[in-house]
Structures are given as C-alpha cells and as structure tokens.
Design a protein around this ligand. Sequence first.
Ligand code: NAD
Length: 332
Amino acid sequence: MTHTPLLHLSAADVRRALPMAEAIEAMRDAFGQLSGGQVTLPPRQHIDAPSEHGTALVMACHSAVQKRFTLKFITLFSQNRLKGLPLIHALVILTDGATGEHLAVMDGASLTALRTGAASGLATDLLARPDAAVAAVFGAGIQARTQLQAVCCVRRIRRVSVFDADTAAAERFAVEMTRQLGLPVKRAASAGQAVEQADVICTATTSTTPVFDDRDLKPGTHINAVGVFQPGKAEIPPATVCRARVVVDHRASALEEAGDLLGPLRQGLFQETHFGTELGDVVLGLSPGRRNAEEITFFKSVGVAIQDLCAASRAFDNACRLGIGTRTTEEK
Ligand SMILES: NC(=O)c1ccc[n+]([C@@H]2O[C@H](COP(=O)([O-])OP(=O)(O)OC[C@H]3O[C@@H](n4cnc5c(N)ncnc54)[C@H](O)[C@@H]3O)[C@@H](O)[C@H]2O)c1
C-alpha cells in the first residue's frame, strides 16, 4: 500500500517556505474563513504545570476551504529565559482532510512567531493610518521581531522605538533590527518616550500589567497587543481599551482569554459589545476599517488555531513546490 511521505520542516525550513508578505495573505484567508463560519474550532485546552511555571496549549482545527486539519502542541515556560531557553516550544501536524493522512510535521515556534506577526501586519494594514511612519515595539523577544517585520511590510515605517524591561535585550533588538530592516531602530529610555511619537504600537511582552500610560498616546495611533492570553493579566491600560475601537481575532476566544479586555469588562467599564468586531469582519467588509484619522484602533490577539492551519498549509505547499524539507516514508 502506498503512503504519502511525511514532510519534516525545521524552523529554518518554515522561515524559507513562508515569507512574511505571504504569511500576511495567509492571515487574510484565515480570519476571513473564521468570521465566515468555515472553520471547526474547538476551544483550546490549557494544561498548567504550576510548579514549573509552565503551560501547554493544545490547539486544533479544520478548515472547510483547505480541507485540512492542524494540531499544535505549544508550551510556554516563563522561567526558560533564566536557563537561556526560548519561552515557547511547539510542533504542528498538518493533516489531509480528505484521507486523514498526515502531510507534515513542522517546527511550531517559528510558525507561531510568523503567523502572530502576520496577524498584526494584517490588522495594521486594515486599521492603521495610511501615512503611519513611526512604530513602537514593547518587548524585545521573539514575537516582537516578527511584529515589527510585519508592520514594515504594510506601512512605510521610517523609524522605530523599542522598549523592554531588559535593557540589554532592547539594545540587541535595536542593533539586529536596524541591520535587518535598514531603518533606525532605537532603544527608548522610557515607555512614554516610545509611545509619544508612535503611529503604530506593538506589545509583545510577558508583562502582566499595562506597559504604557494612556495619556502618552497620540490621536490616531493603532495598537496591536499579542502578549496576554489569560484573564487577570493586561498589557494595555484600561483607559486605552475604553476609548479605542477594539477589534479581536476571535470573539469567543477573547471572552475566555483576553485579559486586556476582560479586566475592564468585569469592572463594568464597557459591555461585551465593545469588542464585538472580529478582524475577519473587517476582511470580509462586514465592518469598516479605520473610520477617521483621530481614532485609536486596537487589535487584540490571543492566537487562534486557524492561523496555524493557514500558515502551515501555505508553508507546506510552498515547501513541496520549492523542494524544502525532509521526507520520510514508512512501510505499513
Ligand atoms: N497572541 C498570540 O497569538 C501569541 C503567540 C505567541 C506568543 N504570544 C505571547 O507573546 C508574549 C511574548 O512572547 P515571546 O516569545 O516574544 O517571549 P520572549 O520571552 O522572547 O519576550 C518577551 C519580552 O517581554 C519583555 N518584558 C516583560 N515585561 C515587560 C514590560 N513590562 N515592559 C517591556 N518589556 C517587558 C521581556 O523582558 C522579554 O524580552 C508572551 O506573553 C506570549 O505568550 C502570543
């Protein structure tokens, strides 16, 4: 009996197979499918290992468009930094929805960073001012890099500030991203200094409390916040959430996990309808993008499995076409 060989994609393979501009298009597809009702998406499972300061997430879904499944097993261990290890480790399995055959196993940490950055790139494309030229990044870690790459794909960014609680990490980020993007990326001395000129802000930190002051924002700023995926935590000040036009990746997931929104909601500062718009609604033209030059727009991402599916699917198709990765066949 013949079997489809399984394709193995390393982190480097994933990055080669999925350039950021394509990842952003994959996210347009992902969020359109999600808000268009073409995705079967069970709630993700959180498995905590509290004594190790770790969490594992199990994220699975099926797309009626790609006719494929994905399963991602992702771990986040907050003390890894002290051991010189990344916060996140992950594997993704891509499976054929017609036969159930497994098509590929790929590095999920690189795929997660790409698709999380790409979602913010898409949100920035749909919600930021067209003339946005100054970006601020909070956090100088793995997600922050792809956040900035994605924003630079959709707007003509001229300068960037980075602020991190770890000054040395911010310095490294500034040097590396200046070289990579060919534009000035500077470490900000304070959160206020980072925010005050920014047209686009990305927060990709492990902070549990707001990382900037609402009063420092200038009118018309667009914010992408990806760091928080648990209630009881927040990167964005409640005052900003209250006055912003909020767009979420997925309503049901935001109601479970988006601490930035759930805190002010539970304090009675707004109703659930305040975050009733999904990014996919904007993709599908069911909700407008930015409505005027002055409004603060806020994309809150907790991360959704369809992002993994659309990114993995595109990486797999490209890898097959370009001969990227390693194939294994098993006799059964
Ligand atoms: N929304 C999503 O889909 C998604 C996907 C992946 C990761 N994440 C989340 O993104 C966050 C960052 O992940 P990562 O892989 O880049 O982690 P990382 O450890 O590589 O980087 C996090 C950075 O945040 C910095 N930081 C912590 N508190 C800060 C503060 N108050 N102000 C400024 N900087 C601060 C740390 O010093 C560190 O450099 C995590 O919370 C992770 O759970 C979200």
